[in-house]
Ligand binder design. Sequence first.
Ligand SMILES: [Ca+2]
Ligand SMILES: [Ca+2]
Ligand SMILES: [Ca+2]
Ligand SMILES: [Ca+2]
Length: 388
Amino acid sequence: MGRGSIVGVRPTLFVSLLSWLPVACAQGGSGRRDAGPAHESGLTDVDDVPDASEEPRVGLDAEVEGSPDAPSHDVPVESTGAEDARDDDGAPLGLDGGGDGSRDAGIDGGSDGGPDAGVDGGGIDAPAVPAITSVEPRVLAHGARIVLRGSGLSGPTGVTVGGVAQSFSTISDGEIVLAGIDDATPLGPQTIVVGTSRGPASAEATVVRLLVNEVDANTPGEDREEYVELATGVPGVRMEGYVLVLFNGASDTIYASYDVSGMANDTGLLLVARSGFVPAPQIAFSGSTDQVQNGPDAVAVYRGSTATHPVRGTLTAVDLIDAVVYGDSADPALVGALLLPGAAAVHVVEGTATTAPMRSMSRCGSARRDGRVWMSGARTPGAPNVCP
Ligand SMILES: [Ca+2]
Ligand SMILES: [Ca+2]
Ligand SMILES: [Ca+2]
Ligand SMILES: [Ca+2]
């Protein structure tokens, strides 16, 4: 094809045609069925533009492509389906070839990312539809800070989980933070609802009550039978987004941490013990002996991960979900940081030198961060505790 045939074309259209011509020529005879009549008619009457109630037809693509500025050879019209005659929003196409991925002769106003020539029938910016696109973490533990992300979330009128109102703060149109899932929120699969002036946005998530349920730090002889048992309150829930943290009272720093990941058993428990322990743990200690210090020390669960709570990390109540402080003597720093103030701020004793190896420390109540619900009792790894 000779370039001379388009000398004098406006620069912008010239560029458009340069990008268009090779494609047009390459398409050759692949034109649509009605290319002939449409082209023969030359400039189709604007009155012929179909409205939404009429059978879609192609017309104005041909009008542009067949304009006097176009090459004089038989213009191969793109193969267009009927849908090409309408905009993405169903409006009559007009001078818009966008959204269908095809190449148009320089007048492009569509949603394909090309420059808009200002003749797009659509393009009116609508307010963002309220939507929640992510919940972090996906498992909602009582007391846990939860981040909701999405769109159209500004000016929320309220947030509920399982029908229970939650305290929250709005970070932006796309982010809401729940300060801590209310302890009264029902467990199991629940719906999160963010009310807005433009209607509600919702998402599904599982609510758990994540607790340190039992700790056996001191076992007969070499400490090989130690374990920590976590409770979720939801059988078979697959956990993520939380971390088990072991604090050394001697330094008040983290000496071990494990991501709480894996599926709770049919009583909603997750066992953390050495590889090879019976019953098989959901989470394995990194070693096989002396993995749980005998006290005064503490075991806690946080929202986070081993990355946010690494070994040598410091004592904090930020994102803390539950904790137990234990040992023969008190550790005011651990108690003060991890347990609730007042009567709840007491540590638990596993037993005497004689009895401790045969017993464990068991939770016998559901209060979080409360030493009063703990007692020395029978070992029940992976099974419900034996309580009075
Ligand atoms: Ca130990
Ligand atoms: Ca210690
Ligand atoms: Ca013991
Ligand atoms: Ca148990």
